[in-house]
Design a protein around this ligand. Structure first.
Ligand code: IPM
Ligand code: MG
Length: 353
């Protein structure tokens, strides 16, 4: 089984090195996996003036799954949009039709005090956000800049076809069926035509899932409810932009964005797995970043794309164990616990494995 390893920029290479240590250990124990690294994002631009070099895309296509780090950095901020690191990730999602982005927000009991919310509000929190990943205002045409009445104007297009809405909403219902059978669809149907269609299609799909209780919520209210009473949610399904924002918000309920993995899947179950945090250029190269989200992304990859449930659980159990042992990176540091660097955290997981 082949894993394409795209570490990217900023803290990407550091956190990826820890996940690779874990995968190497599993291989030594007999798991038949191979990894192949390739540059993406700013690293792709540096290597070949392209955030998604042709060779990287073909390695990704030929693999059974992709493990992704993070992209972006201030040195690339002034490049034309097509050359920016983020485009490497967006194009990869689009080229491989990775439309279903699963972003779990789970609070580890050991980290209850790391959340900025009161422990009783977040204790036991376990939410799954399904974000549509290949449509919406991130890809809609026309977009660009023009001059209007003598001043600069920027514009983007929010759009969804019903087939795009239907397949992600369906994924939401399927996920809800495996959990508590409650699905909340988030939109802005009081203002946006795109959202009115979204809601219509969600209600149509609901007829095929009579066992699931579907609710609708406006995105501004959802943002508020997530910090007021987050445990009212189980599965949330929403569009690309709303999901981008709400999943960052939900991640902080759990204490740190440095803890959360994600899966981006296409219709065949092929997937790209990545931590939901970014490239954190401010702490890059300083052995400060939390590698656990990437290690947990590798576990999701083992489970969903390689069907290695036992190996996935082994990794997740090791992560729980190091948290119980008191190992903490700076983002989740607590008095009385042992603050360690990126590499030491990776070593601790390896030892616990
Ligand atoms: C994410 C990130 C990306 C996105 C960026 C890096 C393009 O914020 O995965 O949430 O907006 O989707
Ligand atoms: Mg984001």
């Amino acid at each position: 089984m082949k894993i394409a390893v795209l570490a990217g920029d900023g803290i990407g290479p550091e956190i990826m090195a820890q996940a690779i240590k874990v995968l190497d250990a599993l291989r030594s124990d007999g798991l038949a996996i191979e990894t192949e690294a390739a540059p993406v994002g700013g690293a792709g631009y540096d290597a070949g003036k392209d955030p998604l070099p042709e060779r990287t895309l073909s390695i990704a296509r030929a693999a059974d799954a992709i493990l992704f780090g993070a992209v972006g950095g201030p040195q690339y901020d002034t490049l034309p949009r097509a050359m920016r690191p983020e485009q490497g990730l967006l194009r990869l999602r689009k080229e491989l039709s990775l439309f279903a982005n699963l972003r779990p927000a789970v609070l580890y009991p050991e980290l209850a005090s790391a959340s900025s919310l009161k422990p009783e509000i977040v204790a036991g929190l376990d939410i799954m956000i399904l974000r549509e990943l290949t449509g919406d205002i991130y890809f809609g045409q026309p977009r660009g800049r023009r001059e209007t009445d003598g001043e600069r104007e920027g514009f983007d297009t929010m759009r969804y076809r019903e087939s795009e809405i239907r397949r992600i909403v369906r994924a939401g219902f399927d996920t809800a069926m495996k959990r508590s059978r409650k699905l909340c669809s988030v939109d802005k149907a009081n203002v946006l035509d795109t959202s009115i269609l979204w809601r219509e299609v969600a209600n149509e799909v609901a007829r095929d899932y009579p066992q699931v209780e579907l609710s609708h919520m406006y995105v501004d209210n959802a943002a508020m409810q997530l910090v007021r009473a987050p445990k009212q949610f189980d599965v949330i399904v929403t569009g690309n932009m709303f999901g981008d924002i709400l999943s960052d918000e939900a991640s902080m309920l759990t204490g740190s964005i440095g803890m959360l993995p994600s899966a981006s899947l296409n219709a065949r179950g092929f997937g790209l797995y990545e931590p939901i945090h970014g490239s954190a250029p401010d702490i890059a190269g300083r052995n400060l970043a939390n590698p656990l989200a990437t290690i947990l992304s590798a576990a999701m990859l083992l489970r969903h794309s390689l069907h290695q449930e036992a190996a996935a659980q082994r990794v997740e159990t090791a992560v729980r164990k190091v948290l119980a042992q008191g190992f903490r990176t700076a983002d989740i540091a607590e008095t009385g616990k042992r603050t360690v660097g990126t590499k030491e955290m990776g070593d601790a997981v390896l030892a616990a494995l």
